[in-house]
Design a protein around this ligand. Structure first.
Ligand code: 1CP
Length: 353
């Protein structure tokens, strides 16, 4: 698809509340979707995944389509997010990794030296033909509901590759960033190209927006983020700028980084629950919409408490020229699905214009 294919005449989702909010246009109601809405808490998800490995399920367009649609059917969210994982493009170019149940991505041989970079070849669309097929099936089914494509940001992907798996302190990653800055820059640059190629596949197949997950960027001091990470993320956003689809940038614990993240080139910047949205918008700067930011743990409280906290988010966002309601991080696995459905209804009812 080209930029023209994403025009209102070509894309039935172009006039949706979600895309309008991303473009900072007036909306009929505040749009809402949830990070990690696909999978996680839904019994119908567990049923279709039974006996099928996570990465295997990401390569089956029929399963991807079904799992992506499940939360749209059940919760009536304003956008679908493509069911996949941030390590799928790395697997697709032959990196020896797996997603272990209850753990997350685990890399066979962690990346520590220059020779390791040779294991990162460019991503070609044919490497992920199943993505093109699944996005095509999905846009047909979704009609006026937009589909969000996504990828992991270079820093967050690098953390999995260098540590070899999930990490609390990112110590090997930071050791490379501080101790071997040229190797680090080359690693992030390669990851930026792979990430950009992966997002392009999704947009060209019909995704209406993209989100770059830099989940672990909040582990960095602002100066280090600016010098050692921002250039690679900016390269990704630049590479997909020409399609005219909204680009969303998100990380956890990024209160001190929001200004820098706002400069990386996204149209929408997400914030977690630690910063009120009005303050987040001030830090992000003008010309960007904001996404967020209900604490996902709030959903474990009684309905009245969830609604009170959701209202706090809506109050903080009042008057901002573009707000996409979301959680401040992904849906927690034990969340009651009905609490999510009720929250979607509540946000819609409270914000009807
Ligand atoms: O949003 C959705 O519903 C689509 C599905 C999706 C997304 C957007 C999955 C499925 N993964 C992701 C992104 C992702 N994966 C991120 C960024 C978002 C975030 O911060 O939550 C990250 C950091 C990962 C890495 C990952 N994959 C983890 C986290 C591990 C850690 O470091 O703490 C885990 C547990 C996975 C596995 C995974 N990804 C997705 C699912 C459904 C699962 C569980 C797989 C299983 O065992 O069945």
């Amino acid at each position: 698809m080209t930029a023209d294919d994403h025009s209102p005449a070509q894309n039935p989702a172009a006039d949706s509340a979600f895309l309008r909010a991303c473009r900072r246009e007036p909306v009929p109601h505040t749009p809402v979707w949830f990070m990690r809405q696909a999978g996680r808490s839904l019994p119908e998800y567990r049923r279709v995944r039974e006996g099928i490995g996570m990465l295997d399920s990401c390569m089956r367009p029929d399963l991807v389509t079904e799992i992506t649609l499940q939360p749209v059917r059940r919760h009536r969210v304003d956008a679908a997010i493509y069911f996949s994982d941030i390590v799928v493009p790395l697997k697709a170019i032959g990196v020896d990794l797996d997603i272990k149940p209850g753990v997350g991505p685990v890399v066979g041989r962690p990346f520590r030296t220059r020779e390791d970079l040779e294991r990162l070849r460019p991503l070609e669309p044919d490497d992920v033909a199943y993505v093109t097929e699944a996005v095509g099936m999905l846009t047909g089914e979704l009609g006026a509901t937009p589909l969000i494509g996504f990828a992991g940001a270079p820093f967050t992907l690098a953390s999995y590759l260098v540590e070899g798996g999930p990490s609390r302190n990112h110590e090997h990653t930071k050791a490379m960033m501080y101790g071997a800055p040229e190797l680090w820059a080359d690693l992030l640059d390669r990851l930026a190209d792979i990430t950009a190629a992966f997002l392009k596949v999704q947009v060209e197949a019909g995704a209406s927006a993209v989100q770059l997950f830099d989940s672990w960027a909040g582990a960095l001091a602002p100066e280090d983020y600016r010098r050692s990470v921002l250039p690679a993320s900016a390269k990704v956003f630049g590479a997909v700028a020409g399609y005219g689809v909204p680009r969303i940038h998100f990380g956890v614990g990024t209160g001190e980084l929001l200004g820098a993240m706002g400069e990386a080139g996204a149209d929408v910047v997400g914030a977690d629950w630690r910063v009120p949205l009005d303050e987040a918008a001030r830090r992000i700067g003008p010309g960007r919409a904001v996404q967020g930011n209900l604490d996902p743990a709030v959903l474990f409280a009684p309905r009245e408490a969830v609604e009170a906290q959701a209202l706090r988010v809506l109050e903080a966002a009042r008057g901002l020229p573009g707000h996409v309601f979301n959680l401040g991080h992904g849906v927690l696995p034990d969340t009651d699905p009905d609490a999510l459905t009720r929250l979607v209804e509540f946000v819609h009812e409270r914000t009807v214009r």
